[in-house]
Design a protein around this ligand. Sequence first.
Ligand SMILES: Nc1ncnc2c1ncn2[C@@H]1O[C@H](COP(=O)(O)OP(=O)(O)OP(=O)(O)O)[C@@H](O)[C@H]1O
Ligand code: SF4
Ligand SMILES: [Mg+2]
Length: 346
Amino acid sequence: MTHQEAAPEPTGTAAAVAEPPLLDVRDLRVEFRTRDGVAKAVNGVSYHVARGQTLAVLGESGSGKSVTAQAVMGILDSPPGFLTGGEIVFQGRDLLTLRREERRRIRGAKMAMIFQDALSSLNPVLSVGAQLGEMFQVHEGVSRKEARARAVELMERVKIPAARERVGDYPHQFSGGMRQRIMIAMALALGPDLIIADEPTTALDVTVQAQVMDLLAELQRELTMGLILITHDLGVVADVADTIAVMYAGRIVETAPVHQLYKAPAHPYTRGLLDSIPRLDQKGRQLYAIKGMPPNLTAVPPGCPFHPRCPLVRDVCRTDPPPLYEVGPGRTSACHFWKETLDGAR
Ligand SMILES: Nc1ncnc2c1ncn2[C@@H]1O[C@H](COP(=O)(O)OP(=O)(O)OP(=O)(O)O)[C@@H](O)[C@H]1O
Ligand code: SF4
Ligand SMILES: [Mg+2]
């Protein structure tokens, strides 16, 4: 197709290219074997994040965001989930080649995960101080007294007011936002290099969401960690992410530095997501809704999996799956008509 042959615009930043990745996920594949068939939940996903960088992973419900993260963390529910291919290179080592014990050690100390639902992730019958302190007792062999002091320090670090007085309180005695701060404290306890936060603020109301997100971003910068932020809300990540990877039906359909993606998306799905969020600079604009539903992953449409919902669909889209085109430095799009999409957005 001739329209693909034009030289890509110089887009990515030098810093993003120079930093070697902390985590490099390559062509990852996970399938769920269920009675209804095989669901290819992660179908050739590649992404990377460097130290001190935030990658946001965006996509509708069921697109494979959490399953990808679970595979990276080594906590995939297996069976029914099976990792069928790919590499997960963390600090230069492919985690999939490591022994179970070594993998567990890395998971405890070097990478940590924050989930949406703090209440079900915390133990209801242990005080938060005991739960935080236990991390230091188990992993660093410190005394109970020392562990408690470190728990207070951590609670202060995540800005829980009156930490010293509240260290003996139980999870249900904290508000949703404070509980999520405790989850962040748990994740930080052993000084990880990478944090994966899976919808960390979805259950909170809007103002608290912003506070927790700001805290996470501040800690990530201060501690120069890599952060993967999973969300279905494009509005939440605009200020905190460096790069965005957009997932659809188990694949990455677009990757771009955040500001470029906002300004000019190179995939019609991203465009649809952007057009469906309210924007302060476009008050009164009619909000767009992407028509239809994401596909069932046991029966993904042939060709481009987005074709039944795509406003730009043409015949070739129904038969030929688009490869992930390089559309600029640090930018990819899985759309045959990425150039038109990009030009149309500018
Ligand atoms: N335990 C499971 N058993 C069977 N299939 C599963 C299981 N967990 C996930 N899947 C399949 O993997 C797909 C991707 O799930 P995943 O949880 O990664 O979605 P997600 O993008 O995180 O969505 P959400 O925004 O709702 O959290 C699901 O649509 C489903 O087909
Ligand atoms: S390949 Fe075709 S159907 Fe798929 S997103 Fe691009 S234009 Fe739409
Ligand atoms: Mg999820």
